[in-house]
Design a protein around this ligand. Sequence first.
Ligand SMILES: Nc1ncnc2c1ncn2[C@@H]1O[C@H](COP(=O)(O)OP(=O)(O)O)[C@@H](O)[C@H]1O
Ligand SMILES: Nc1ccn([C@@H]2O[C@H](COP(=O)(O)OP(=O)(O)O)[C@@H](O)[C@H]2O)c(=O)n1
Length: 235
Amino acid sequence: MTDASTVPFIIAVDGPAGSGKSSVSKAVARRRGYGYLDTGAAYRALAWHVLERGADTADEAAVLAAAADFALRQGLDADDRRVFVGDADVTDAIREPRVSGAVSGVARVLPVRAQVNDMFRRIVAESGYPAVVVEGRDITTVVAPDAPVRILLTAAPEVRAARRAGELAGEDAAAVAAALHSRDAKDSAVVDFLTAAPGVEVVDSTALDFDQTIDAVLAVIDRRASDVQRGADHG
Ligand SMILES: Nc1ncnc2c1ncn2[C@@H]1O[C@H](COP(=O)(O)OP(=O)(O)O)[C@@H](O)[C@H]1O
Ligand SMILES: Nc1ccn([C@@H]2O[C@H](COP(=O)(O)OP(=O)(O)O)[C@@H](O)[C@H]2O)c(=O)n1
């Protein structure tokens, strides 16, 4: 599945927390042999890095300083979700509530967004995969606005909160829900991932189970890919 001469076909997936972006994108990538890029993991790793330096992500100068010295390693293999900052394996640490609570501070710093977006585009371009599913908040609008497939994955707020609470065993469900909604409110002040930009297809997973959501996303990919092919045939 790796051919460095291939320009990857990008499948851009955005949506709020707990909508299923990571799990659904990963499953789609596995089924099709595509690459998978979790852009939120990079923001989380940078937030971890800021905290590790004893700083606060509310301090923009501290975020910028940490970003200037940020050695992130993250692959595109859906079966290898490990994330490193330097030699530290931060795969589990970046999912901890202290990092989730700090990450929006990193995400609101615009020069940081520009820096990580360049990194995402480079990782995808050099990946060698025929196609890459890239998921986050601003992939359909900023990182890859020309992607042939652009999807906004949504679900009702209470459904998203319940899904996230189900993952964080031992955490208080009401506290998890409050943290998730507060993070969405902060994040959506920076980029709009609650409404679909023109040309972006909405997949609402509120009433869909996990497999049905995967099928809905695959159906969009196949439809868009055949539109692209038809355009090429007639162009
Ligand atoms: N359609 C669905 N039905 C039920 N559970 C789902 C569905 N989509 C995702 N999940 C589960 O919800 C949780 C949150 O999904 P996740 O992929 O982490 O969301 P996001 O990346 O958008 O925050 C995971 O445990 C995942 O397995
Ligand atoms: N493209 C992206 C992806 C994530 N983020 C930030 O990174 C955080 C973590 O993203 P995530 O995708 O891991 O979050 P979940 O949806 O998994 O809860 C978000 O809360 C945003 O602050 C962003 O600003 N832009």
